[in-house]
Design a binder for this molecule. Structure first.
Ligand code: ZN
Length: 490
């Protein structure tokens, strides 16, 4: 109704414009933009189950022509193009009919219709998000869009000073970036279903530490990864003219310390959500993309591919890339949940959610199964480093709302920046550190900090993740800034 009324109103106003030629030009421009907007949204909603958003814009704008073609051929089925063509022809036909038989309303009838629509639209004027969510908001997002070609071009070679000797640096620093893991669905954090048996076992053996009260910097992938991997943080949002990619990234900082950086990514290289991740990956000395093409919806490799592909690299003595900073980017619990785990992990069933509304049960069961499989994969990656001097950090890019927003009880996907309740639910994440037995022996000072932080949680945002990693590596100051100040372990 909102759209209809708005469209009618606009059409009426444009109808008043004289001379005719200017009116015609405005009509053609508006109709073209509207057709494009409709086609993209129709496709997104039908195929990807959500409307055009900033992430999708990043894909469209962040690719070159070849990638766009590749994407289009993988994603847009012929029947969608056919259907849109038929719709367009139908519209042209209707326009022609209305002209030929003079089906326009007369002046008086138009005024009556205008009055009626004004009455209909009036109660909606105060609803802010109807306007914020509309085409004007989209356009402003489009104008704000900003993505460099590569990060290395912005390397600034920061001044770094160390606490002790550089020999104390851990030989393996590992970062596992998870996907869409809501803290409320982790049994490590009190969820009533056993979704984290493997990680719990590691915790019981004093190898794993789970930290409470930690939020992700954003409820969506691309934005969150910008903050997590660069020293750019929320406090810089309004305080600087520098762009996020002009800040030192954790990859650059560790490369400056002599670390060889590798990236094992199981999200599609050319994916909607992945523009920023790809930039960071390509800044690494050895980037491996295990899913090359298309969208994440079509990814057919489970996350175990991360273990298989990195096993040999981890166990190879590698003088050239030592010490090592290894980043894993998981598919985790990316929607569509049921595509994220093999059939053996079909453990939770609809019946296990008897107290939940019937239409929520399949999603809850498949989500928890994806968390269960994630538990296995993350623990296996940690086990790869059991006999090495290694610290492994697991942090998802963001959480999921999972039906907890009472204003929108049927919504489960990622949080929205413009709705404070949904945002707060969408950024609640687990945060886990694994310390191998060798690491625990060689870095007792860090271990006492980790132990005490686990016992006394502090509110912390993972946009400060680079400072935690630099703290662990033994960096005292970067460009004159104290690293410990922003670290989780301070
Ligand atoms: Zn994500």
């Amino acid at each position: 109704m909102h759209c209809f009324v708005l469209t009618y109103f606009l059409t009426f106003l444009i109808g008043l414009i004289r001379p005719t030629i200017i009116r015609r030009i405005i009509q053609i421009i508006l109709l073209s933009v509207a057709t494009l907007d409709f086609s993209i949204n129709f496709y997104c909603l039908f195929h990807l189950k959500y409307f055009l958003d900033a992430d999708l814009l990043q894909l469209i704008l962040g690719t070159d022509i070849n990638e766009a073609k590749e994407f289009a051929s993988a994603m847009v089925p012929t029947w969608v193009i056919l259907l849109l063509t038929i719709l367009l022809l139908l519209l042209i036909g209707l326009g022609w009919l209305s002209c030929k038989h003079n089906m326009n309303l007369g002046k008086k009838a138009s005024l009556v219709a205008l009055a009626l629509t004004t009455i209909a639209i009036a109660p909606h004027f105060h609803i802010k998000y109807l306007w914020k969510d509309g085409p004007i908001y989209r356009l402003s997002e489009l104008l704000e869009y900003d993505m460099p070609n590569q990060l290395n071009a912005y390397y600034s070679h920061p001044n770094i000073s160390f606490n002790n000797q550089q020999q104390d640096m851990p030989a393996n620093v590992v970062l596992i970036i998870g996907e869409s893991f809501a803290r409320s669905h982790s049994s490590l954090y009190g969820y009533d279903k056993p979704t984290n048996p493997c990680l719990s076992e590691l915790r019981d053996n004093s190898l794993l530490f789970a930290f409470d009260s930690i939020n992700s910097p954003a409820p969506t992938t691309a934005e969150s990864i910008q903050y997590m991997l660069s020293t750019y943080s929320h406090s810089d949002d309004n305080n600087t003219n520098k762009k996020w990619y002009e800040f030192v990234s954790i990859i650059e900082a560790l490369q400056e310390c002599g670390y060889g950086c590798s990236w094992f990514g199981n999200q599609a290289r050319h994916s909607i959500k992945n523009g920023t991740a790809r930039l960071y990956a390509e800044a690494c000395n050895r980037p491996f993309f295990l899913q090359q093409e298309g969208s994440d919806s079509f990814n057919d490799r489970y996350d175990n591919v991360l273990i298989d592909s990195s096993f040999q690299y981890i166990n190879q003595p590698d003088q050239k890339h030592s010490p090592r900073f290894i980043i894993y980017h998981m598919m985790g619990s990316h929607f569509d949940f049921k595509m994220r785990y093999p059939s053996e992990y079909n453990h939770f069933k609809e019946d296990d959610y008897a107290s939940e509304p019937i239409e929520h049960r399949t999603i809850l069961a498949t989500y928890d199964n994806s968390i269960l499989y994630n538990d296995y994969i993350v623990s296996q990656i940690m086990n790869l480093f059991h006999d090495k001097d290694a610290v492994v950090i697991y942090v998802p890019d963001h959480g999921q709302v999972m039906y907890r927003n009472q204003k929108r009880p049927d919504y489960y996907a990622h949080g929205f920046s413009r709705d404070s309740v949904s945002y707060a639910l969408g950024v609640e994440i687990p945060f886990i550190i694994y310390a191998s037995p060798v690491f625990q022996k060689q870095h007792p000072d860090l271990m006492s900090l980790i132990n005490s932080r686990q016992e006394h949680p502090k509110t912390w945002n993972s946009d400060e993740l680079p400072y935690l990693i630099m703290h662990i590596v033994g960096i005292k100051e970067i460009n004159g800034k104290d690293v410990k100040d922003k670290s989780l372990l301070n």
